[in-house]
Design a binder for this molecule. Structure first.
Ligand code: B12
Ligand code: SF4
Length: 453
């Protein structure tokens, strides 16, 4: 049996070529561990799936790519007539947006559910409501109605998972991704991952270390930078210290640089020193705003002073922060927006760039519920409108939630934030230019080619 997996993505989004979906990597390695005879192919373009003629297709999708996922499901149903299964954060947040072109949707943590689905298909060759109804963690349509099976209990020990099947992706950069925990105990208004991982769980230090060693072994000549995707990498201080010791003892810190997320209330001198010695030269964190009033509104549980302190402590320990900011929340005034501009103005020299996102109501977040109640969004929107664009901000596509100033005044602020971004973000601007030069049609299948990411 042959299974194709694909992440729905706009082909114009060229950064995709330099990243890969850990979610699909885990789904693949878990399936392969328990069903070694199944062939799994991760495709990049839907035409590859058509040529491959698999027996089943799995599509992962973020919310902004959901229209693409639906179109691909329709196309494959029409051309190959095979079962199509959805998974990932969009469908987990809004299963009611599933269409009849999908046979099933795997909700939230996907490894065990997908394995059961594939085994059922292998045994019976088709899905019936009576049989899929017995598998927890699914959504399916029957007689035009949507049904949800009981939620699946999250995996109790993450260390039982095999490492993501990175070898199935075309790797075009020297950066690799790793996830060392699942879940986040905070509940910031705009953020979505809680919908997938309701319980916070960690991989052990030993597991993480072995996974990194396995990446080094697999991609020896092309692995120089590790991107830690979880938000909680530094939360468990005991685990962080264990990892630090392992890094230093093994000398990994001499061959890799690392980047990951920190939280502004969790950075001390000691932690920053540990991170530096492990190989961190940059660290991202959600600063979100220069205004305490707005940080409180976001339920961020940090202050602008925490943000400033974090940038300073990191800087004094040899690490440059890459904070991200969000603009356009309902109660945000011109004064609040000025505070954020001022914060960037005063601190940019200690940063390695920064991100600025116009606020977007992401499905799965509390903000989505708010925007829905206000009638700003619903389940029938054009999903690509959820892309948080600053430099390519489109005034006609944006979902305006800001209430304290007029749309016209907000647009003037967008311009100010675009200007400050361009002025103080030379590396990001250079990378943007690099992507534009590649052009959307060009293919990079030459595995010897290295990219500056
Ligand atoms: C790493 C990351 C990225 C990376 C890598 C993306 C990639 N190719 O995977 C980069 C930096 C490129 C990125 C970009 C963006 N990201 Co991002 N990203 C993340 C982050 C931090 C971790 C994702 C991850 O690897 N998780 C670990 C894996 C194991 O989990 P998973 O992918 O969810 O997979 C599991 C299940 O969902 C399920 N599953 C997933 N797919 C499938 C498919 C099938 C068939 C099945 C059966 C199951 C299944 O099983 C998996 C294993 O249990 C998440 C936050 C988070 N904590 O999840 C945000 C997150 C996913 N990103 C988000 C967003 C908004 C973006 C951007 C729009 C941001 C931007 N400013 O431009 C872009 C757009 C990307 C695009 N595709 O167009 C949002 C999505 C919200 C939503 N409802 O869509 C999240 C949730 C963060 C948030 N703010 O709330 N991102
Ligand atoms: S923004 Fe970060 S801290 Fe807040 S809920 Fe999301 S992942 Fe957790």
């Amino acid at each position: 049996m042959r299974i194709a997996l694909i992440e729905a993505c706009n082909p114009d989004w060229l950064f995709k070529r330099f990243s890969y979906s850990l979610g699909l990597g885990y789904i693949s390695s878990f399936l392969k561990k328990f069903e070694p005879n199944i062939e799994i192919v991760i495709c990049e373009e839907i035409e590859e799936v058509e040529k491959l003629k698999p027996d089943l297709l799995g599509i992962s999708s973020y919310s902004l790519n959901w229209d693409i996922a639906k179109n691909w499901a329709k196309k494959i149903k029409e051309s190959l007539g095979i079962p199509v299964i959805a998974g990932g954060c969009h469908i987990s947040s809004l299963p009611e947006t599933m269409t009849s072109d999908f046979d099933l949707a795997v909700l939230r943590e996907g490894e065990e559910t997908f394995l059961q689905v594939v085994r059922l298909f292998q045994k019976e060759g088709f899905f019936t409501p009576a049989r899929v109804g017995k598998i927890p963690g699914l959504a399916y349509m029957s007689g035009g109605e949507l049904y949800l099976t009981p939620p699946r209990t999250p995996l109790s020990r993450l260390d039982r998972l095999p490492y993501p099947a990175r070898h199935l992706f075309p790797i075009r950069s020297s950066t690799h991704y790793i996830s060392t925990s699942r879940g986040c105990p905070f509940q910031c208004l705009f953020c979505a991952p809680r919908i997938i991982w309701d319980k916070t769980r960690f991989f052990s230090a030993g597991y993480v270390m072995k996974e990194i060693l396995s990446i080094i072994e697999q991609f020896a000549d092309k692995f120089t930078h590790l991107m830690v995707v979880d938000d909680l990498f530094i939360t468990d201080k005991a685990r962080l210290k264990q990892l630090h010791k392992m890094f230093v003892d093994s000398g990994i810190n001499k061959i890799l640089t690392l980047q990951g997320n920190v939280r502004a209330d969790l950075i001390s001198d000691e932690t920053a020193k540990i991170l530096y010695e492990m190989g961190f030269r940059t660290a991202s964190f959600g600063a979100e705003s220069g205004s305490d009033r707005i940080l409180k509104y976001y339920n961020k549980k940090t202050t602008a002073e925490d943000n400033r302190r974090t940038i300073d402590i990191l800087y004094n320990n040899g690490i440059k922060a890459i904070p991200s900011f969000i603009i356009g929340s309902p109660p945000e005034t011109a004064e609040d927006l000025d505070l954020t501009l001022d914060f960037i103005e005063k601190n940019h020299h200690k940063m390695d760039g920064f991100e600025i996102f116009p606020l977007i109501p992401m499905p799965g977040s509390l903000l989505w519920n708010y925007a829905r109640q206000k009638g700003v969004v619903d389940n029938n929107i054009r999903w690509s409108r959820l892309e948080p664009l600053l430099l390519d901000f489109n005034p006609d596509d944006y979902f305006y939630l800001i209430e304290s100033i007029s749309k016209e005044e907000f647009l003037k602020y967008i311009k100010k934030f675009q200007d400050i971004y361009k002025t103080y973000n030379p590396a990001a601007m250079k990378f943007r230019q690099f992507l534009q030069e590649i052009g959307r049609k060009e293919k990079y299948s030459d595995s010897n080619k290295q990219f500056p990411v």
